[in-house]
Design a protein. Sequence first.
Length: 447
Amino acid sequence: MLGKLKNIGKEKNLSSLMANVSVAFLGLVSFMLLTRQLSKELFGEWVLFITLATFVDLLRFGLTRTSSVRLLSGADKENVKVVLGTSFRINLVLLVVLTLACWMLYGLVVAGGFEINNGYLLFLMYYPFLALSNLSWNNAMSLFQAEQNFKRMMFVRLSNVGLFCVFLVINYALLGLGLVEIIWVNIVVNAISGLWCSLKNWDGLLFISQAKRNVQKELINFGKYSMGTLISSSLLKSSDTFIIGMSPILGSAGIAMYAIPLKLTDLLGIPLHSFAMTAYPRMSKKSIQGDIMGTKKIFYSYVGIVTLLFFPVAFAGFVFAEPMVLFLGGNEYKDALPLLTLIFRVFTFYIMLLPIDRFTGVLLDSINKPKLNLYKVLVMTSANIVLNVLAVFVFESLVAVAVGTVLFTVMGIFMGFYYLKREIQIRGRDIFSESVLFLRNLKIHLG
């Protein structure tokens, strides 16, 4: 029995899941602490700031992350140094460009006296500091994912999320510091994680001199599509927040209320992110070796098993939506409980659709068709933005925003299957058969 437990503990999917669950748990605690120590308006500004920061981080690291993982998978020590050094140099240049852009825009907004949500101003002012502080550990994530070293990934992420959570506990109990001070502490804890990765030579900082132009070209050529895909994917969710923030009626309070059911949805989707992180290197390796049948089998089994896992999760979320919303938001949001409960129940349908949509995108990247994945996500993003504008400015309804999320996901599933059928002739009915085979083999392995 002990041997079986050890084998399960070494399984890559479980390691990835545990890493993401650990980070997400502390992220959840931090979220709950923030809802209880900031007013609705200030919490809405924080959500807008951090959503913008996450979105731009995807722009920065989306150019190199997916392509770096692909090149690092199976690379020898010297090539690892070259890829990491080249990736770090690209991201350093992007940091300089984004810093200049943010501060120039901030100066123009302030000098022109434009009326915009304060969350946007906070982002323009403080994001360059955050971007510098998280550069090293973000670049190191490519190496961790390629090596499937999810334990190391977990510890690095916990070093900043955990420290930030500890600060929020102290701040809630004793200090009572405001939003700007909270942002500065977030910058500092990210810098601590970055320094750790630099000292351990995980980030590529010391390998910049080994960067090569041909590797840079390869990273950018592949990455320009994966970056566009990641940005568009982020916009599928973050555009909700951006557009709500532009509304003179919903504003920061609307952002704060919408963030609670959205956070619950993100938490329920943690397993999907973990499985996708393990599926991509596996499918990429099979694809590079020319084993298309093996690539498709991995896709079928992941889609089937993860979708099966998500059904009870979504059902439980639908049934227990009200207590879950109240637990996360606290008494500050009790007056909006019926609305937030309805929004979250709409999101449970989105949760059930997520696995098949996500893995069609992962498979397109794995077979070196990032352009098609980009087209798929761009169409979804465009549809989402149109639906968000209608929901916010015409219907003035947060529920309508959530319904739009379900609609564009259905659209993405149809597009993903269309491209994959055309490129490698995948068949929907094989998802069931390969999933059953996977479960039988797992039972034999564990038995």
